[in-house]
Design a protein around this ligand. Structure first.
Ligand code: NAP
Length: 255
C-alpha cells in the first residue's frame, strides 16, 4: 500500500463507473488523492470504489445525473460531508447519440449537450465554491478529437468543441484563486463507448480496433490509462503554470 501524502486532497470524477473515468479515478487515488466516484447508478460504482480503496485512499460512490442541478448539488454536498471539500474535478461523464444531421432528433441533440456541456457546467459551478475557498484547485474536462469535426457527430462535436471554450474561460476566471482548468482531447480509446459504436455499425469490436489502429501514427489504439496519465499531470502540483490548454492524446498530431 503506497504511503499517503499529507495533503489529502479530494477529487470528484464523473462517469467513473467504467472506462476512462474509472482509470482516472484510480490513477488519482494512486497519486494520493481521495476520490468520489460519480455515475448515473450508484451500484455501478462499486468496482471503481474497491479499486480506489485498494490503493489506501478513501472513496465513495454516488449515483447522480450530472445534467440534473439538484442531483449535482446533493452529490457535491455529500462529497464535502463524507470526504472533505472537493478541490479536484474531472468532468468525464459522456454519452453518444450519433446520427447524420438529417436524421438527428432534438432528443439526440439535447441529451448529448445536456450530459457533456450542461453537466460540466453544473458540476464546475458546485465544485468551484470549494476550490475558491481553498485557494487551490484543478479542473480537467474531457473533450475529444471529434471537436475538430466528425461525420455523424454534429451533437457530440459541438459539445466537445464547447468543452474547449468552457475550459479556457474557467482558466481565465479562476486563475486568480490558484485553480487551473485544462482539457484532454482523446482520440480512439478502447472502451464500452466505442464497443457500442462497433455494434451499431455491425463490425466486430476487434476488427473495429484493428482498423482504427492502422490510421493512428503510433500503430495502436489508446487505452484508458493513456488518458489517466494526462489527467494525473494536469492535477499535479507540477502543472500549476499550465492552464487553459487542450492536450490531444491521440497517438499522433491533431489540429
Ligand atoms: P463510457 O465507457 O461510455 O463511460 C461513460 C460513463 O459516463 C458511464 O459509466 C456512463 O454511465 C456515465 N454517464 C453517462 N451519462 C451520465 C450522466 N448524465 N451522469 C453521470 N454519469 C453519466 O465512456 P468513455 O469511453 O470512458 O468516455 C469517457 C469520456 O471520454 C466521455 O466524455 C467521452 O466523450 C470522452 N471520450 C472518449 C473517447 C473514446 O474513444 N472512448 C474519445 C474521446 C473522448 P452509464 O453506463 O450508466 O451510461
Amino acid at each position: 500500500m503506497p504511503e499517503r501524502t499529507s495533503r489529502e486532497r479530494v477529487a470528484v470524477v464523473t462517469g467513473a463507473a467504467r472506462g476512462i473515468g474509472a482509470a482516472i479515478a484510480v490513477r488519482l487515488a494512486e497519486d494520493g488523492l481521495d476520490v468520489a466516484v460519480i455515475d448515473l447508478d450508484e451500484s455501478a460504482t462499486a468496482d471503481t470504489v474497491s479499486a480506489i480503496r485498494a490503493t489506501g485512499a478513501r472513496a465513495i460512490g454516488i449515483g447522480a445525473d450530472v445534467s440534473d442541478a439538484a442531483a449535482v448539488e446533493g452529490a457535491i454536498g455529500r462529497v464535502a460531508a463524507e470526504l472533505g471539500a472537493p478541490t479536484v474535478l474531472v468532468n468525464n461523464a459522456g454519452i453518444l447519440r450519433d446520427n447524420l444531421i438529417f436524421k438527428m432528433t432534438e432528443d439526440d441533440w439535447d441529451a448529448v449537450l445536456g450530459v457533456h456541456l450542461r453537466g460540466a457546467f453544473l458540476m464546475t459551478r458546485a465544485v468551484q465554491a470549494h476550490q475558491v475557498a481553498a485557494k487551490w484547485g484543478r479542473i480537467v474536462n474531457l473533450s475529444s478529437t471529434s471537436a475538430l469535426g466528425n461525420r455523424g457527430q454534429a451533437n457530440y462535436s459541438a459539445a466537445k468543441a464547447g468543452m474547449q471554450g468552457f475550459t479556457k474561460t474557467l482558466a481565465i476566471e479562476l486563475g486568480r484563486y490558484n485553480v487551473t482548468a485544462n482539457a484532454i482531447a482523446p482520440g480512439f480509446i478502447a472502451t464500452d463507448m466505442l464497443r457500442a459504436t462497433a455494434e451499431r455499425i455491425g463490425v466486430p469490436f476487434e476488427d473495429f480496433l484493428a482498423g482504427a489502429a492502422k490510421e493512428i501514427p503510433v500503430g495502436r489504439v489508446g487505452q484508458p490509462a493513456d488518458i489517466a496519465a494526462a489527467a494525473s499531470f494536469f492535477c499535479s502540483d507540477a502543472a500549476s503554470f499550465v492552464s487553459g490548454q487542450v492536450l490531444y492524446v491521440a497517438g499522433g498530431p491533431k489540429d
